[in-house]
Design a protein around this ligand. Structure first.
Ligand code: ATP
Ligand code: MG
Length: 205
């Protein structure tokens, strides 16, 4: 079993969008995947409730109330959708249990400011596990000023950007139907699927 935590203390950064799509990717690859919803709002589980049982299955459960998390061991991947504001002992417990941490980050001054302390603390917590943290630039085109601003900001932390995901209603529409950009017909979301490539390769390392 391999586990990945999707976290950013800023609300609305794209944690649930990333988590559900990542779980959908593994499911479509024929992997046994569990989505662990750590958020009291349970958005990821709500997404699952919309999911057509005929689609590749994603199992899920709510674990936000657990003091110490115990992950299922009999699956290929566990994807953990963190709540906004996650910090302290709970964050440390989750970090101990995962191989990778993905931080979705929107390149706005508000989001970057709200994420700064988190990036500093997580970089310290994961000293010596440098390859385990990656940023996903959310809702941005890599050739824009916003993207350059984000790259400049991230130089202070020495954490790589492992993918750029554009702003598109595809994520909004897929979520409303319990789906992901990886569910068939995949061709409909070809551009988005391509953008996930570097992230998926980084995860497999
Ligand atoms: N790439 C994208 N393009 C367009 N809309 C997006 C994209 N990513 C996320 N969104 C939308 O932005 C909103 C916030 O995303 P999401 O719920 O995934 O963030 P979150 O970090 O889980 O929020 P919270 O902190 O409340 O849990 C949602 O309405 C989602 O559909
Ligand atoms: Mg969420």
């Amino acid at each position: 079993m391999r586990a990945v935590l999707v976290a950013n203390p800023k609300g609305g950064a794209g944690k649930t969008t990333l988590s559900t799509n990542l779980a959908g990717y593994f499911a479509n690859e024929g992997r046994k995947v569990t989505l662990c919803d750590l958020d009291r709002q349970q958005s990821a589980l709500r997404w699952m409730a919309f999911r057509d049982p005929a689609l590749p299955p994603v199992a899920g459960y709510y674990a936000g109330g657990q003091v110490l998390l115990s992950l299922p061991q009999d699956v290929d991947w566990v994807v953990m959708d963190a709540p906004a504001g996650l910090q302290g002992y709970k964050l440390n417990d989750y970090l101990r249990q995962v191989q990778k941490v993905i931080i979705p980050l929107v390149p706005s001054v508000f989001d970057m400011a709200a994420t700064e302390d988190f990036l500093n603390s997580i970089r310290n917590d994961l000293r010596g596990r440098k390859n385990s943290i990656g940023i996903v630039a959310m809702r941005v085109d890599p050739r824009t000023r916003a993207a350059s601003m984000l790259e400049e900001f991230l130089k202070h932390f020495d954490i790589p950007i492992v993918a750029y995901l554009r702003h598109t209603q595809n994520y909004v529409n897929a979520a409303a139907a319990g789906m992901t950009v990886f569910d068939p017909p995949r061709a409909r979301h070809r551009r988005d699927v391509e953008q996930w490539d570097p992230l998926l390769r980084w995860l497999a390392k």
